[in-house]
Design a protein. Structure first.
Length: 224
DNA sequence: TAAAAGATCCGCT
DNA sequence: GCGGATCTTTTAA
């Protein structure tokens, strides 16, 4: 059965274009505590609180896909802020980014982990019932599998609630649980071999939904 | 043709 | 719980 809250959901305040047209490091940090929404056909919504992101710095960042200039794959990164950049990697997985900065900057923020809050039954199905709820969306590839995101959702305008992917503020009853853990921490980025001097990974250290928790020596149970 | 912004399974504690 | 091998294909050289 589908969860009731997947339907009849009133969209919160959607993040505007100007939110995204800042530096990727700033946007990455500000996205912690915001909500990623995936709208499926039939007005069904899957939602999760963003608890982990990574900033990528464009042409001058050796860890970025945009390093070395525009290609067929990274084209979206060179476009307008507030659009999605979805890529396929390691033969299996998709990853979701949001383009930031000015046109041509090729900056982006990778969404790495969510706390799932709405539509969990559907997310479990997309994940083929192979994991616990804790592991539904605690990694960039897992987010895309749980929310059924692939390259067909590249270059989607995530600053519009009519889109199949968009970003919004938390609602009033959700604000409380987010403000409590508003302490954001940075670290080096994960899965890269260059650019390791930058601490451009941002996360909420109190969230149990952050990826690679054991390696970070973080508590595995919720702190309250 | 080799490396990649990853996740899972397997064998060990 | 933990590390490492393995899965697989797009991308760019």
């Amino acid at each position: 059965m589908l969860e009731d809250k997947s339907f009849n959901y009133n969209v919160n305040k959607v993040l505007e274009r100007r939110f995204f047209s800042r530096r990727s490091t700033v946007v990455a940090k500000d996205l912690i505590g915001k909500i990623l929404v995936r709208r499926l056909s039939g007005e069904v919504y899957l939602r999760g609180i963003i608890v982990e992101t990574e900033a990528y710095g464009g042409l001058k960042d050796p860890a970025s896909h945009a390093y070395g200039g525009m290609t067929k794959r990274n084209e979206a990164m060179f476009g307008e802020a507030g659009f999605s950049y979805v890529y396929f990697t390691y033969g299996f997985h998709h990853c979701l980014n949001v383009v930031t900065g000015k046109i041509g900057d090729a900056q982006a923020v990778l969404l790495r982990a969510l706390e799932p809050i709405q539509g969990l039954d559907i997310m479990r199905k997309f994940r083929r019932d192979k994991c616990s709820d804790l592991n539904l969306t605690n990694g960039p590839g897992k987010i895309c599998e749980a929310l059924n995101i692939d390259r067909s959702l590249n270059k989607v305008d995530v600053a519009k609630s009519a889109s199949s992917i968009f970003l919004e503020q938390a609602s009033n009853d959700e604000v409380g649980r987010i403000d409590e853990r508003r302490k954001i921490v940075s670290s080096t980025r994960i899965g890269i071999t260059v650019g390791l001097e930058k601490r451009w990974r941002f996360y909420d250290p109190s969230s149990i939904y952050v990826s690679h928790r054991s390696k970070l020596n973080l508590p595995r149970k919720r702190i309250r």
